[in-house]
Design a protein around this ligand. Structure first.
Ligand SMILES: Cc1ncc(C[n+]2csc(CCOP(=O)(O)OP(=O)(O)O)c2C)c(N)n1
Length: 311
C-alpha cells in the first residue's frame, strides 16, 4: 500500500486493527511526526512527495517487470468491485435528489473555469462524489477538519484571486448560516460568488447518523424556522433563486451562472436522502454500507454496542 501525504485519520482508517492488516505499507510524508503516528508502516520515506514520486516512477520503470498472468486474478477482482455502482441513488421526477442536483450543476458548468468550495455535511460528500473535478486546485473543502461555515468565505477568497472564474459554494442549509453575513462583503467587493444550497431542512449528516445509529430518534437536527433564502439574498443586494422541481433545475442553474452578481440558490432537495457508502463507527472498511445494502434491517444492525460508544 502506497500512502502519499496521508494522515491516517480515523475517518480514513475505520477500525485501526482491521485496517489493511496484510499489506506492506510505504508512507511518503514531508512531516516526520506523521510517520507511525496512527498506523505502523514498513517503509517510511520522508520528503517532498513530488520529488519522491518522480524517483519512484523512474526506478519502477527501470527495474519492475509486471507479471501479467499473476496480476490477472487481481484485475478480475477489481473489475467485480468496479461493476458495482457504489454511488447509486433512486431518481425521482417530483423531488430534486441532491445527487442529481450536483450532477446537473457539474454538467452545466463543465465548460467553464469553475472552482468549488463546500461547507460540511452530506452536501460536501455528494459534491465530492458527483462533481467531476478535472483540474487540480479547484476543490476547496475543509475535509476531515469539518468546518461548517468555511465554504462561503472560502468562495469569496477564491473569487478575489480569480475574478473571471465561476466560483460555487456547494452548501448545506445549516452550514451556510454560520457565515452568511459575508454576503455583504461579496456585494461590497463585486465578487459574484454562487451559493448553491442543497436545502433539506435538516442538518442532514447529523440526521443520517441519528437514523442509522440511534434508532431514528431525531434530536435537534430539523429546522422548522428556515429563513427565506431568496429574501435573504435580496436583503444583501444579491440575486436569489429558489428551485424545487427537477424539471426546472437546468434553467435555474443557467440563471445562476448568467447573473453577474452574488447569488444565493435555494435548491430544495429530498429531505431524507442518505449519503453512501458509509462506514459505521467502530467498523472496518470492508464492512462499509453500500447503497444497495442499506435496507432498513442492515441499517438497524449497522453498528454494535462498542461502535455506539465511539459516536
Ligand atoms: C462548526 C461546526 N459545528 C458542528 C459541526 C458538526 N456537524 C457536521 S455536519 C453538521 C450538519 C451540517 O448540516 P448542513 O449544513 O445542513 O448540511 P447537510 O448535512 O444537510 O448537507 C454538523 C452539525 C461541524 N462540523 N462544524
Amino acid at each position: 500500500m502506497l500512502c502519499i501525504g496521508a494522515r491516517f485519520d480515523d475517518r480514513i482508517t475505520g477500525r485501526l486493527d482491521a485496517f489493511s492488516p496484510n499489506s506492506r505499507k510505504i508512507h511518503i510524508d514531508i512531516d516526520p511526526s506523521s510517520i507511525n503516528k496512527n498506523v505502523r508502516v514498513d517503509v517510511p520515506i520522508i520528503g517532498d512527495a513530488g520529488r519522491i514520486l518522480e524517483d519512484l516512477v523512474r526506478l519502477w520503470r527501470a527495474t519492475a517487470k509486471a507479471d501479467k498472468a499473476a496480476l490477472k486474478p487481481w484485475w478480475t477482482q477489481i473489475d467485480i468491485w468496479r461493476a458495482r455502482d457504489s454511488l447509486a441513488y433512486r431518481p425521482n421526477e417530483d423531488v430534486i435528489m441532491p445527487q442529481y442536483a450536483i450532477q446537473r450543476l457539474y454538467e452545466l458548468t463543465r465548460d467553464r473555469d469553475v472552482y468549488v468550495t463546500t461547507e460540511v455535511g452530506q452536501h460536501q460528500m455528494w459534491a465530492a462524489q458527483h462533481f467531476g473535478f478535472e483540474a487540480p486546485n479547484h476543490w476547496m473543502t475543509s475535509g476531515g477538519l469539518g468546518t461548517m461555515g468555511y465554504g462561503l468565505p472560502a468562495a469569496l477568497g477564491v473569487q478575489i484571486a480569480h475574478p473571471d472564474a465561476l466560483v460555487i459554494d456547494i452548501a448545506g442549509d445549516a452550514s451556510v448560516q454560520m457565515t452568511i453575513q459575508e454576503m455583504s462583503a461579496a456585494v461590497q467587493h463585486n465578487a459574484p460568488i454562487k451559493i448553491f444550497i442543497l436545502n433539506n431542512q435538516y442538518m442532514g449528516m447529523v440526521r443520517q447518523w441519528q437514523q442509522l445509529l440511534h434508532g431514528n430518534r431525531l434530536s435537534h437536527s430539523y429546522t422548522e424556522a428556515m429563513p427565506d433564502f431568496v429574501k435573504l439574498a435580496e436583503a444583501y443586494g444579491c440575486h436569489g433563486i429558489m428551485c424545487d422541481k427537477p424539471a426546472a433545475l437546468d434553467d435555474a442553474i443557467r440563471e445562476m451562472i448568467e447573473v453577474n452578481k452574488p447569488v444565493i440558490f435555494d435548491c430544495r432537495v429530498a429531505a431524507l436522502a442518505n449519503c453512501f457508502p458509509m462506514i459505521p463507527s467502530g467498523k472496518a472498511h470492508n464492512e462499509m454500507l453500500l447503497p444497495d445494502e442499506a435496507s432498513d434491517e442492515a441499517v438497524a444492525n449497522a453498528i454494535d454496542e462498542k461502535g455506539r460508544q465511539l459516536v
